[in-house]
Design a protein around this ligand. Structure first.
Ligand SMILES: [Zn+2]
Length: 255
């Protein structure tokens, strides 16, 4: 069984003490492909280190996280652009809009988001989208950028059925993570109406640990809990879910 974690910050300081053991626990559990979203330039070296240690399993993205869009965002975006020019990445992200932490930076978040979508198109890469308390604002940018050359993942999807349909209409897949195991997570109520071709699995480690680890540090081996819950919702085996969602991840990332 090959399980793919399409979104994990495995370079995070949360794993400083046991990073390799944590990754080996995931590999033992069958989680053997990890797509690694960027945050900002501070983390680039840690990301490259991780890739050097696990070159067959680790696939990097380049991008600027919406909660890290600050006054210096143009310099940060220039670094992202340079990275993309210099070497292979598998996606641009994570990018998007987060109004939970900071509403005052909306306009620069939108600018940074739109620019990163354009970078993704330039390099024919998917875009990995973070959206928190900002569906309307994210959709506004996607409306401007929609088209055949737009593809990617709506990461940690937590919206309604209608918002899911809208995300799919932009040629985006839904990233399903720990929230699907939460009692108040809501997406479990309609997920089985979303075709399996349209979803991928993710942890967002070290954040958003699934039940029974909710509130603790998340890690990629816990993706099994998400996998089992999604299998239960669709009424098919975990193996069928892991095969299909891994296939979906290959189609999106090209590996
Ligand atoms: Zn993330």
């Amino acid at each position: 069984m090959t399980i793919t974690d399409t979104h994990a910050h495995l370079y995070s300081e949360a794993f400083e003490e046991d990073r390799e053991e944590m990754i080996n626990r995931a590999l033992d559990a069958g989680v053997s492909r990890f797509f690694i979203p960027a945050i900002d330039s501070e983390y680039i070296d840690a990301m490259y280190d991780l890739e050097r240690k696990f070159p067959e399993q680790i696939f990097l993205m380049a991008g600027l996280h919406p909660t890290h869009v600050k006054e210096n965002f143009r310099e940060e975006l220039a670094i992202v652009a340079r990275q993309l020019e210099e070497r292979k990445f598998y996606a641009v992200g994570e990018t998007g809009i987060d109004l939970y932490w900071d509403k005052s930076s909306l306009s620069i978040q939108q600018e940074a988001f739109q620019y990163q979508i354009q970078l993704a198109k330039k390099y024919k890469l998917p875009v990995v989208i973070h959206c928190r308390d900002a569906f309307d604002e994210v959709f506004e940018v996607l409306e401007r950028e929609k088209g055949e050359d737009l593809s990617g993942i709506f990461h940690c999807f937590t919206g309604t059925y209608e918002q899911a349909q809208q995300a799919l209409s932009y040629n985006l897949k839904l990233g399903i993570g720990g929230v699907v195991t939460f009692k108040n997570g809501k997406i479990d109520k309609f997920l089985d109406q979303i075709p399996l071709e349209e979803i991928v699995l993710e942890t967002d480690a070290p954040y958003l640990a699934p039940v029974p680890y909710r509130g603790k540090r998340n890690e990629s081996s816990y993706l099994i809990e998400v996998l089992n819950k999604v299998a239960e919702i669709y009424g098919i085996t975990p193996k069928e879910i892991s095969d299909r969602t891994t296939q979906n991840s290959r189609e999106i990332f090209g590996i």
